[in-house]
Design a protein. Structure first.
Length: 355
């Protein structure tokens, strides 16, 4: 059983077994530094510097009323266009001055929002120390394992006083991945297809070597994985030919790259994935690896690799998940957009799999 799936299985048994963010008192949370932060009541003004935190906070709290600020990156990436902007238009109205470039806090701007709490990465002390030095309450998040992502939801549940709501979202993930794991466990482990994630194509090719998604949950392997911890790796065309992956996946964030770019490029014509039209653009729900709906990516990839039985009634499942997490009733057009149906139309069996 994979490390990630063990975490999900533990969730089904007891929330306290897998979370460092264990409740100690009403509205108290242990953050990823091991520091206990206690709120007399759920914070009414929260500023987020972590890029995906506004999405997670809105999902758990079911409203944006208590989000007082975010970083500019969050606004530009998620709330100016795309599915989050359409589902959650209120998010674009939130002040976005908490950090202008990356995660370095704009302390003066944050103080002006008079927050009860600030959610910030704990990568380095200089991301948190300036905030605490002026008396701000910081809840620190660590990046970027699957367990960390579970914790983001549980910690937000503790902060908002919505622990049952957080557990419902986490249960949707654990139930889905347990069902998927049962199916994948019956595959021949010696014959799993190889999948290469490519996000840049130029003189050199950029691939995801050691990403945070557990590809074993989908019953595939990554030929670029080398256990160095380096997320990306740059390779030449000769190396790509040596690996010759069964499937190529274009990450959702690679906005300027589509399957057609591979199919129409004679340089790639000899690649197995290109010959067999098995190049796919990831759906929009993989745009941020920290989003509460990211677990759908594992099921999608399993279906791409092994067939529709690995994601039965997937379109309805997407509708149900977005209804649960965001209270959104997706239109047919939004569902097609999420699935990247237009970009993936030339890819093998995509229309048959997902419409």
């Amino acid at each position: 059983m994979s490390r990630q799936l063990k975490a999900f299985s533990a969730l089904a048994l007891s929330a306290s077994l897998f979370l460092p963010a264990t409740l100690h008192a009403e509205n108290s949370v242990v953050d990823h530094r091991g520091k206990t932060i206690t709120f007399q009541k759920p914070p009414e003004r929260v500023v987020t510097i972590v890029r995906s935190a506004p999405i997670i906070y809105r999902a758990v709290d079911e409203k944006a009323d208590n989000l007082a600020g975010m970083n500019k990156d969050s606004l530009v990436r998620y709330f100016t266009k795309g599915i989050y902007a359409e589902m959650l238009p209120e998010m674009a109205k939130i002040n976005a001055s908490a950090a202008q470039d990356g995660f370095v806090p704009n302390v003066e701007a944050i103080l002006a929002q008079k927050p009860d709490a600030v959610i910030q990465w704990n990568h380095t002390d200089d991301l948190i120390e300036p905030l605490e030095r002026v008396g701000l309450t910081v809840v620190a998040w660590r990046c970027c394992t699957e367990q960390d992502r579970l914790d983001y939801i549980s910690m937000t549940g503790a902060m908002t006083g919505r622990t049952e709501r957080a557990q419902a979202i986490l249960k949707a993930q654990s139930d889905t991945l347990k069902t998927l794991a049962d199916k994948v466990s019956r595959l021949d482990k010696s014959a799993l297809p190889t999948v290469l994630h490519i996000d840049k194509v130029a003189d050199q090719i950029q691939v995801i070597a050691n990403g945070s998604q557990d590809l074993s949950l989908s019953g595939v392997t990554n030929p670029a994985a080398d256990n160095t911890g380096e997320w990306w790796r740059t390779i030449d065309f000769e190396q790509l030919l040596v690996w010759n992956p069964d499937i190529i996946v274009i990450p959702a964030y690679a906005a300027d790259l589509n399957p057609k770019d591979f199919f129409d490029n004679p340089l790639f014509a000899s690649l197995k994935a290109v010959r067999e039209k098995r190049v796919y653009k990831q759906p929009v729900f993989a745009r941020t690896p920290d989003a509460p709906e990211i677990f759908l990516t594992s099921e999608w990839l399993a279906a791409v690799a092994h067939g529709a039985d690995y994601a039965p009634d997937f379109k309805k499942q997407i509708l149900d998940v977005y209804q649960l997490i965001y209270g959104a009733k997706l239109t047919d057009a939004q569902l097609k957009s999420i699935l990247e149906s237009e970009s993936n139309a030339p890819a093998d069996k995509y229309v048959a799999l997902f419409g």
